[in-house]
Structures are given as structure tokens and as C-alpha cells.
Design a protein around this ligand. Structure first.
Ligand code: ZN
Length: 201
């Protein structure tokens, strides 16, 4: 049972939630956290992608840590996209983030884990997935939610490329699809009328 057990926000990425829990409880990274809960995976790996899609039953390990497991929205999205001959590549293999949102909210949005969601529509910035300092991809197995690694913080906002108008329109439309709402009239015609089936193609 962990000492610090905040609940997951309904729109918080389930893997990033574990990064938050791991950091707050002093674990090196999420692999160590789930090994502590008895997950029998080798080399401190954990089923990150299958947790996002809901394909791996991680609830027993949440339970051992004293965490409430709530079914992620991304798993609903994944289930609604399971048709024959359709790509299952909806979600990223490694994370991307908006440092501004992370600073304001204190947690990672589950929207960022969709491959097609490439910009923050609130801050109009491209999401960050690579360290400008080392050229390495951001990892699920980082020790802090708010930096690439120790002494490698996220880049300052002024150095992050601004998203183009077209990218923002596309990303905004993606949010409507992800959340199952009708896209606004301003949505590019190529996307309007699209369903979840269009993603990742
Ligand atoms: Zn943002």
C-alpha cells in the first residue's frame, strides 16, 4: 500500500498517472512501482500500450498498491475502433506532452497519447516528444513527470514551435472525434463526417 494515493483524473493518461504516483512515492520509475506491486515482467518493463488500450488487466496491481482503478477513456476509444482490416495504431509508443498544460494541471492529458493529436489547442504549441538537449525520445520510464531526465528539464515555452492554423484545426477536430461529439462547422471538410475509423490511417 502506497503512502501517497491521489485519484486519477478522468482525462489523465493512465500510464502518466502511474509516473505521477511513482514519483510522489519515491520510486525510480513506473517499472519499479509495478514490480513492487508484483507485476512479473522482466527488466522492470510494464505493458504501457496495453494499459492505454485496456487490453492488459492492470487492476489487480492497482489494487495491491491501494489505488482505485478506473477504466481509461482511451480503452473505450480503442474498443470502438476494433474492426477487421483497420489499423490498431491509434496510440503513441512513447509519450508527448505540453509542458505548459503539465505545469498548470499537474498531470498529463490522455488526448496526448493519440497519434493524431499533435498540438496543444489551448497553448497553440506543438506537443514535445524529444529532448532538444540529447535528441532522445521522452520515455514512459522517466523518474519525474516534469522533465526528460534528471538535469534535462522540458524546453522553455518560447523555444517550442507554434502549431500552424491547419494543425490546430485538425487537432481540434480530433478532440471532437475522441470525445464522440459532432465536429464544429469550422472543421476542415476532409475531417467532417469522419469517424474514429479515420484515425491513424
Ligand atoms: Zn498546453
Amino acid at each position: 500500500m502506497l503512502l501517497i494515493r491521489p485519484n486519477r483524473h478522468f482525462d489523465e493518461c493512465i500510464v502518466s498517472y502511474l509516473i505521477r504516483i511513482s514519483e510522489q512515492n519515491g520510486f525510480h520509475h513506473i517499472g519499479h512501482l509495478l514490480q513492487h506491486a508484483g507485476l512479473p515482467w522482466k527488466n522492470f518493463r510494464i505493458p504501457t500500450h496495453q494499459m492505454i488500450t485496456g487490453e492488459y488487466d492492470i487492476e489487480p496491481y492497482f489494487s495491491k498498491l491501494g489505488l482505485d482503478y478506473t477504466y481509461p477513456r482511451t480503452a473505450d476509444t480503442f474498443n470502438s475502433s476494433q474492426f477487421p482490416h483497420f489499423t490498431t495504431k491509434i496510440f503513441v509508443k512513447t509519450p508527448k506532452i505540453c509542458p505548459e498544460c503539465l505545469g498548470e494541471m499537474g498531470y498529463s492529458s490522455d488526448l496526448w497519447s493519440h497519434i493524431a493529436y499533435t498540438a496543444c489547442i489551448k497553448h497553440k504549441l506543438l506537443l514535445v516528444d524529444t529532448s532538444p538537449k540529447t535528441g532522445k525520445r521522452l520515455s514512459w520510464y522517466r523518474s519525474s513527470l516534469n522533465e526528460f531526465s534528471e538535469s534535462d528539464p522540458f524546453p522553455p515555452v518560447k523555444s517550442i514551435p507554434k502549431a500552424s492554423t491547419a494543425t490546430l484545426a485538425f487537432t481540434r477536430a480530433m478532440v471532437y472525434l475522441i470525445e464522440g461529439r459532432d465536429p464544429p462547422k469550422s472543421t476542415p471538410s476532409a475531417i467532417r463526417g469522419c469517424t474514429v475509423l479515420c484515425w491513424g490511417v
